[in-house]
Design a protein. Sequence first.
Length: 168
Amino acid sequence: MYRALREVAGEINLEAGGVTRDHALLISRAHQRRPANHLFSYSAPDLLRWLDEPSGPLPSLRSDVLVLPRLGNVVAGITDAAALSGGAWLVSAVAERTDDSYHDGACAGSALAVITSAGELQGWWPLAEPIKVEGVCLHGGHGHLLLVNDPDDPAIPAGLYAARLPST
């Protein structure tokens, strides 16, 4: 599977993904040198069958690219995703000053976004604090969210934040 994804996107760093009844989504995170987030979609039933029997042919892949708005003139890369009703996805994104897929850089900010099942940006909400959000979870209904940050310092524990999903 990684070979097929690299044939489409070149360098990849799978940071986010999710599965609904019909779709499986994998997201490779953007950075300064590669400003497009790659959204890889599969039929969920086909992908799950392939995972059970990987010697068969890989299911067909749909690939979209999404360039998010910049934060502090820094490219924003998707760090996590949660499925919303109707096929859209809630994602967290971080703008790090790095031109590498794996090495961290200074955080210029984070945002929440909603992307459609077609890979189009539907909503964009930069966070007031420049915390590096790397996890997002819908919690308890009515748009309640939990966010987790990554301070990139083993001496500083990750923070857990509560938020509400803005209207789209």
